[in-house]
Design a protein around this ligand. Structure first.
Ligand code: ADP
Ligand code: MG
Length: 328
């Protein structure tokens, strides 16, 4: 009996080593966080793959329920209600996300600023609603990441002005992608892609070939401006075509310049490549605000980060390390 089972194990092992690959691609797509979440993994057991895809989607839903400013019961909504009145204890995860946001603010000279929402909350792109000049003038005073005070002693936060309002929309999707990838890695997955709207992580290759990720033509939904072969990288795109409305020929879209409280005008789209999606997400929003010149100067100072910018005339610009692409 004992001998037989050992023999069986040896036979199975041999089959695994020499037989044809048993794996297959498994994928799922769902509407979460106001966007399209897609996950695709290579696995040899369909049941385990389905469980992992469910776990990915559950994690995305948890992050949405915690960090959405539109969900009244979210931790972020509680923070926005309480932190203007004094210290509020937050989860270690919230504290970490706010700390990472602050570091990006410092790195980008405030182009990335989660308090952009002190003005941003008055825009409604679906309804085509925007704040008037007077409202912007008043509310822009409450945009400054330094108004979000982080207690170095522990996970406590307060806002130093009552009108401050925080939205993590510029970083939360990238963070969710990183969390999903970490979950898959822990389960032993080494070939996968996970995306939430314009934020993605590519894990490993695609059966010996690179994955291909397209950067959309910002003015033509059906066309690609660039196609990138990618392996083991995060990639985030911010575009002025995601959430917008046009009034009297002016495009009002969802990426605001914290200095003015108005939609940033220097680019049509920005794509960032880097080691993790939390960072590339925040940087794509930042470089969009900074515009091609200042944005690419910043990227060229950051090791391991690359960028593709489509400027407000539709011209392509690459960071220094990607310049060879330009010859294609
Ligand atoms: P999306 O994938 O939604 O297009 P982006 O990475 O382009 O996301 O970021 C846009 C989102 O970032 C906006 O919807 C808003 O929630 C938030 N945001 C807008 N302007 C800023 C800013 N200057 N700093 C930080 N976050 C911002
Ligand atoms: Mg972003």
């Amino acid at each position: 009996m004992r001998h037989r089972s050992r023999l069986l194990a040896v036979l199975l092992l041999a089959a695994g080593l020499t037989g044809p690959a048993q794996g297959a691609w498994h994928q799922d797509t769902q509407a979460i966080m106001g966007t399209r979440v897609h996950a695709e993994i290579w696995h040899d057991d369909p049941a385990v793959a389905a469980e992992l895809l469910d776990a990915v989607m559950a994690e995305m839903r948890r992050i949405d329920a915690t960090y959405s400013p539109y969900v009244e019961s979210s931790e972020l909504s509680a923070l926005n209600r309480d932190a203007p009145r004094g210290w509020r204890t937050v989860s270690p995860e919230m504290f970490e996300l706010l700390s990472r946001s602050r570091r990006v603010s410092e790195l980008t000279g405030g182009a990335f600023d989660v308090t952009y929402a002190s003005v941003g909350r008055y825009y409604d792109y679906r309804e085509g609603r925007r704040p008037d000049d007077e409202r912007i003038r008043a509310a822009v005073e409450a945009i400054d990441y330094r108004y979000v005070e982080l207690d170095p002693q522990g996970p406590r936060v307060r806002f130093s002005r009552p009108e401050v309002y925080v939205d993590l929309g510029g970083i939360a999707k990238g963070y969710a992608v990183d969390r999903a990838i970490a979950l898959l890695r822990r389960a032993g997955i080494d070939q996968a892609s996970v995306s939430a709207g314009g934020d993605a992580y590519i894990l490993g290759d695609r059966r010996g070939e690179p994955w291909t990720v397209g950067v959309r033509d910002p003015r033509n939904e059906d066309a690609m401006a660039v196609v990138l072969p990618l392996v083991d990288t995060a990639v985030s795109t911010s575009g002025d075509y995601e959430r917008f409305f046009i009034e009297d020929g002016v495009r009002y879209h969802h990426i605001l310049d914290p200095a003015t409280g108005r939609s940033a005008q220097g680019a049509w789209s920005v794509t960032i490549l880097g080691p993790d999606a939390t960072f590339t997400d925040a940087l794509s929003t930042s470089v969009f605000v900074l515009g091609p010149e200042r944005g690419l100067a910043l990227i060229d100072r950051l090791p391991g980060i690359d960028a593709i910018v489509i400027d407000a005339e539709g011209r392509l610009h690459y960071s220094a390390d990607l310049a060879p692409l330009q010859d294609d």
